[in-house]
Write a protein that binds this ligand. Structure first.
Ligand SMILES: C[S@@+](CC[C@H](N)C(=O)[O-])C[C@H]1O[C@@H](n2cnc3c(N)ncnc32)[C@H](O)[C@@H]1O
Length: 418
């Protein structure tokens, strides 16, 4: 190889590093690939290409180059760490755990690997061991905010609310996402709940949940909210709706039940992956990815039926949503929804499960208040239908559902290297 080729490959490699550090993983990936085309098989370029692909969520492609990097440099701990990140991204948490153990076997001082080890254990439903891993991470680096936050999750799930609150406070003090961690803290202390679950919590949660949602909720937890809601709606009598809007339609479980009752059926949801599943049913005339409040405020459509099955558990203050529903409903239209009821005096309460519960009395007041408005649309609240949901847990079972306190990102290891 001539010097000019080598220098060009080197320049591309450094450009790639700068782009990766600037967060432009796509451009970085292209530079590393071009560099490898000129000088194949360099471990550092393969590693940084793997890091760029992990950053871009291209985990399978990342894994393949990281394995090549490890063939060239089997002792490279950063390559092992990124391989673990790629495996975790592919849901291969046991293998990711083994990679972290390999790293920690020779470098037990690496706090980020303890953190990722904890995340792998959490994904494998081994919370006690995950807690130990977070403790090791935090001993090495007490400023590691995600470790505090994920520690908080485990403690909250275990009902150790005071300890969980302290962990979230530490996470916040060390720069964790204030909206997300403020929400978790409020759920844990019962104080300072925001009016609704943050979008940045709901959207990734349901994107990740989409593949297992029905299997978990319907099969394992006997979820029946859509059936109960639609049964009450029909009230035994045959009624045909001109246009129905399914708020928070999710994977579209209400769709097949509403379709025979409605000339037109629309759905709205925040989660693109849940909507993909709803679309695959082929029963909705239109599906929109949007936040419910924003959608209701901006929609030019009119409906005579709006339903929300198991959605208001993510919205505490229902007044704006109900006003929004009134905006899109014809006079005499119907809004039907389920809530998780609480005996508490407050209008709504954010529970440690990260779900909102609503006071029964308030539900009754909505009926009265809305029935006496000039628009006169009856609200028929349904009682909670969530009895089977696992109490207090936000990790939805063995099907791989996990709520990370922080979105899973590649480990902050292995600075792009020269
Ligand atoms: C528990 S699922 C219920 C889905 C569906 N209604 C059913 O009964 O199967 C809740 C859905 O509400 C959506 N959601 C929650 N809050 C939302 C919001 N503020 N705007 C739009 N969608 C929301 C979630 O993305 C999720 O798909």
């Amino acid at each position: 190889m001539d010097d000019a080729t080598f220098e060009r490959a080197r320049a591309l490699f450094f450009e790639g590093n700068a782009l990766l550090q600037a967060g432009d993983w796509q451009a970085a990936e292209a530079r590393f690939e071009a560099s490898l085309a000129l000088v194949p098989g360099r471990a550092s370029t393969l590693l940084n290409l793997g890091a760029a692909r992990v950053a871009g969520g291209r985990h399978a492609a990342a894994l393949s180059v990281l394995e090549q990097a490890l063939e060239v440099a089997p002792a490279d701990l950063d390559a092992w760490s990124y391989k673990a990140a790629a495996l975790a991204g592919l849901g291969r948490h046991a293998e990711a755990l083994a990679c972290h153990d390999h790293v920690l076997g020779s470098a037990p001082e690496r706090a980020p690997n303890w953190l990722r080890r904890g995340q792998a254990l959490q994904a494998l439903e081994r919370p006690a061991e995950a807690l130990d891993a977070y403790a090791r991470a935090l001993t090495l680096d007490p400023t590691l905010a995600p470790a505090w936050s994920q520690r908080g999750d485990i403690l909250r799930d275990a009902g150790r609310l005071a300890e969980a609150a302290k962990a979230y406070e530490q996470a916040l003090a060390h720069g964790a996402d204030p909206v997300l961690n403020g929400y978790y803290l409020a759920a844990t202390t019962g104080r300072g709940a925001p009016p609704s679950a943050p979008v940045q919590y709901v959207e990734p949660f349901f994107d990740e949940y989409a593949d297992t949602f029905e299997q978990h909720l319907v099969d394992a937890l006997d979820y029946r909210a859509p059936q109960r809601l639609v049964e009450r709606l029909a009230g035994g009598a045959r009624h045909r709706w001109r246009s129905a809007l399914d708020l928070g339609c999710g994977t579209g479980l209400c769709g097949p039940l509403l379709r025979p009752l409605a000339d037109r059926l629309h759905g709205v949801d925040l989660s693109g992956r849940m909507l993909e599943r709803a679309r695959a049913r082929g029963v909705y005339d239109a599906l929109v990815q949007a936040e419910i409040g924003a959608h209701l405020a901006g929609s030019t459509e009119r409906h005579d039926l709006v339903v929300a099955a198991d959605v208001f558990i993510y919205i505490g203050d229902l007044d704006p949503v109900i006003a929004g529903a009134a905006r899109v409903l014809d006079a005499g239209g119907t809004l039907a929804f389920t809530v998780e009821a609480t005996a508490a005096a407050a209008t709504f309460q954010l529970l440690p499960s990260l779900r909102y519960a609503h006071a029964r009395t308030t539900c009754g007041l909505w009926v009265e208040a809305t029935a006496s408005t000039s628009r006169c649309w009856p609200v028929r609240p349904c009682a909670t239908t969530r009895a089977a949901r696992s109490r207090g847990s936000t990790r939805c079972g063995g099907a791989g559902m996990r709520r990370s306190a922080e979105p899973c990102r590649p480990p902050p290891l292995g600075e792009a290297r020269a």
